[in-house]
Structures are given as C-alpha cells and as structure tokens.
Design a protein around this ligand. Structure first.
Ligand SMILES: Cc1cc2nc3c(=O)[nH]c(=O)nc-3n(C[C@H](O)[C@H](O)[C@H](O)COP(=O)(O)OP(=O)(O)OC[C@H]3O[C@@H](n4cnc5c(N)ncnc54)[C@H](O)[C@@H]3O)c2cc1C
Length: 438
C-alpha cells in the first residue's frame, strides 16, 4: 500500500481539477484528501484578521459542499484546524506518504508554505491550474510578459491561443488510508461536517448585499457555482454584460463569478467552455467578448506574479517611487466608512457589511485611500484581503499595485475623482442613501 496526500488549496472543486487528477494518477494506491483552515485569529501586520468573517463563512460553505461530494465518492475530506506546515508532515508520516500533490500558487505566502513542507522532508508536487491559459502556452518566456495588458491581450488573440476544455469530475477516487483517531485528534483534524467548525449560513443576512452568500443561490458549494453559471447564461446576461458591468447594486449587473473563482469552486475553463456554447447558441456580441476580456485580466495578473514574484509585494512594488507613508487615522476612518466622502464611505460600509463590492467602487475606494488619505497601498490591500468574500491573492495585489502606479503600467497610477464618479454612477444618490451617507 502507498499513499499520497492531496492538499486542497484555492481549488475547492472536483470538475476541471488537474492537480487532483495528477494525484490519482501518481501510482499511489490510497489518497488522503486534506484541507487546512487558517486560524481565526491569524492577523496581518496591520492589526486585523487576515481572513475576516465573510470569507471564512463563504469558504466554510464551499468546504461543506466539497465534503458532501467526497463522501459520495467514499473518501471523506480531512479538515485540519492547523496550518499545512503543522498538519501535513505528521499526517503524511502517519499514513506512510512521502508525496503531497497540490495547486501551484505563485504568491509569497503560499510559496513559503510549500517551501516549509519541502524543508520538512516531504516531496511536494505543485500543479498550475488556476488560469484560463497555462503559462506554457504563451508565445514568450515567463520573464518576457508584455508590460501592458493591451499588448498581452492582442498577442494572445493574434496567436489564437484559447483555453483547453475543462476536465470532467472524477467518478472514482482512490480509497482513503487508515488514520488513527489519536493522530486526528493531535492534528485537530476531523472528517465530518462538524470539523468545518463554522456556523451554517445564513451569515450574510444584509438585504442590501449584491452577493448574498448566505442564500442558496449564492452558497459557496461547487454545485451552487455551476448552477449560478448555468442561470447566468440561461438568462442571456452575457449579452448585456458590457453595458451593465459598472453597476453598483444587485446580483446581475456583473457576473459574480469571482467568489467561486476565488475558492476554486468554479473553474475559469468551465466558464469559458460554457460561454463559447452560449455564443454558438445565441450569438456573440461585445458583452460576451468583454467577459473573456475581463477573464484575461485575471490571467494577466497571474502571469505577472510568475514573472515578478515577491517584488510585487514590496512597498515600492516594481517602481522606484519612495514607499508611501502610512496614515493610521485616515486608514481607520476609511475602513469604517467614516472619511466624510459619501461615495467612498458608502462603499466601505458595503464592503464591511457584506464582503462584496463592485469593481467600480473598489477602484474609487482604493484611489481615495492612496491619493486623498495618502496611506500605504499595502494597508488597503490587506483590508480587502481580510474583507472580500472573493479575495484572490493575484487579482487583489495586482489591482492595488495598478492603482498605486507601482506595477508595470507605464501610465502611472489611477486617481478616481469621487465627485465625478458619484455623478456618473450614482446620479440619483440612491446608492449613497442605501448606505446612509447621503
Ligand atoms: C483594488 C481592487 C481589488 C480587487 N481585488 C480582487 C480580488 O481580491 N479578487 C477578485 O477576484 N477580483 C478583485 N478585483 C477585480 C474585480 O473588482 C473583481 O474581479 C470583480 O469586481 C468581481 O465581480 P464579478 O465576478 O461580478 O466581475 P465581472 O465584472 O463579472 O468580471 C468577470 C470576471 O473577470 C475577472 N475580472 C474582472 N475584473 C477584473 C480585474 N480588474 N482584475 C482581475 N480580474 C478581473 C474576475 O475573475 C471576474 O469574476 C479587484 C479590483 C480592484 C480595483
């Protein structure tokens, strides 16, 4: 008997799961599927929880869904209340495994986790599968990524590079190895629903939420993710996407794919495949094209991480600008939605109350912190990391860098004038009234 550990990270799904398929094909006879939950009190250097209540609740729902699927396949998910570096080496030893297979995540915190497992003597095989287009398909080497998104997109399109078809979910897993109860107890690990240790939804009960994640339609599970994608297409919403995507309230002005993409409950290649079928059945237009366009932004920020790695996390980013000073009082008012700028305050109240914020208001709020409150962009990125239900390490870091003018964009930073943004996007003031700032 030989065992392999499969460590679920930001890929909590069974459909289109190349990393899991690699573990199944590894030659092992037994598979131990594991997930590690961060401690609720793990703090950022800025003094608040790294994973706030919204994201914890949404991820817990994803885990409940995954646990149900794994039980059906006869191999329950082991949920560890410990960081991977604490949990995985002794678990591997207990089941006689030397190899861990997991998703490749090209960000410093996540890479340090893998490095620590390797230092503990485990072989870790990482599989890249979070982008639409694999880096290996790009017509340039990793360090030759175009510095401007438009050039990147045009090169991808002119080379005719398209995503591979998504893989079907496995219908069978390898059997689980025996793990003694005493080992599980020592690891703070469990295999039942109770092991997820999170109150069942509804957690987000705010009726104003644009993504009410505690409701069945916005549940975190893979089944809900696929159902959301199906209904989005059945309602023919892609056709209007380009015209509505700058909306501020409601479920349908934008796709709301991001929360499920962030946990991995939904694969981008599944979205792409279904979008292409939709175009064949109902026609392509600028709305369907723009969804591809936005998903390419998501890929671009992933590739940027492969190229620059930890340099993206420096105070100066990729620029030669001096580090921005931090403004603790301004930052605190910004987080609480009490800056006195009505549109920004409304946005920050929405974020704290619901864990979701439109793209437009993410830009306006980020710009205000950087250019009006003159605070360190990394504090804002950390707050978004803590609050966003759809936190994605690549998209969050790179969007903040972009607005701060510390990424690759030669045009410098992006300042948004909140008064003009309010006129353009909340002309009747209804959004600001909804959040009590007008
Ligand atoms: C400061 C800031 C921080 C952000 N942090 C995150 C984050 O942590 N996680 C996250 O997923 N997105 C982040 N974004 C990008 C964007 O705001 C969200 O992807 C989008 O609002 C999610 O809603 P949606 O799925 O309805 O998007 P849609 O408008 O429907 O777009 C479809 C998909 O395209 C991708 N996408 C769209 N815009 C962007 C973008 N600017 N950058 C990268 N991908 C994009 C997302 O995967 C999204 O789900 C951030 C943007 C800013 C300005």
């Amino acid at each position: 008997m030989s065992s392999v550990l499969f460590w679920f990270r930001d890929d909590l799904r069974l459909h289109d799961q190349p990393a899991l398929q690699a573990a199944l094909a590894s030659g092992a006879t037994h598979l131990l599927p594991v997930v590690c939950r961060p401690a609720p009190d793990e703090a950022t250097p800025w003094g608040f929880a790294r994973v706030g209540a919204h994201r914890r609740a949404f991820t817990a729902a994803a885990l409940r869904g995954l646990q149900g699927q794994m039980l059906t396949l006869g191999n329950p998910l082991l949920v560890c209340q410990a960081p991977p570096t604490t949990a995985l080496p002794p678990l591997a030893q207990a089941v006689g495994a030397t190899t861990v297979v997991c998703e490749d995540i090209a960000a410093p915190y996540e890479q340090a986790e893998v490095a620590a497992l390797r230092a503990a003597g485990l072989q870790v095989r990482t599989v890249w599968h979070s982008s639409l287009l694999p880096p290996s398909l790009m017509p340039w080497s990793v360090d030759q990524l175009p510095g401007v998104f438009t050039t990147f997109r045009q090169k991808v399109e002119s080379a005719g590079i398209t995503p591979a078809a998504p893989l079907p979910a496995p219908t069978q897993l390898l059997p689980p190895p025996d793990v003694s109860a005493s080992v599980l107890q020592a690891m703070g690990a469990g295999q039942g629903a109770a092991a997820i240790r999170q109150p069942a939804p509804p957690q987000c009960s705010d009726a104003r939420s644009s993504f009410p994640y505690g409701t069945p339609t916005c549940d975190g599970s893979e089944a809900a993710a696929l159902a959301h994608l199906a209904q989005y297409l059945a309602r023919k919403l892609p056709h209007g996407y380009k015209a509505t995507r700058n909306g501020l309230t409601g479920l349908h002005y934008s796709s709301k794919f991001s929360p499920w993409l962030a946990t991995g409950a939904l694969s981008p290649r599944q979205i792409y495949a279904d979008l292409k079928t939709f175009e064949s059945d109902h026609g392509a237009n600028d709305g369907t094209y723009w969804l591809w366009f936005e998903l390419l932004w998501r890929d671009y920020f992933r590739l940027l991480h492969l190229q620059y790695g930890a340099a993206l996390y420096r105070a100066r980013g990729l620029s030669e600008l001096p580090p921005a000073p931090h403004n603790p009082r301004g930052f605190d008012r910004w987080c609480r939605g009490e800056t006195g700028e009505p549109l920004v305050d409304a946005a920050m109240r929405e974020l704290a109350a619901t864990g979701y914020l439109s793209n437009r208001l993410r830009q306006v709020a980020a710009s205000y912190l950087l250019y009006d409150l003159h605070s360190d962009w990394r504090s804002g990125a950390a707050w978004f990391e803590s609050q966003l239900v759809d936190y994605d390490v690549y998209s969050n870091q790179a969007n903040w860098l972009y607005i701060a003018g510390r990424g690759t964009d030669p045009r410098g930073g992006r300042r948004f004038n909140p008064t003009k943004q309010a006129q353009d996007h909340d002309a009747d003031g209804s959004y600001r009234r909804m959040w009590g700032t007008a």
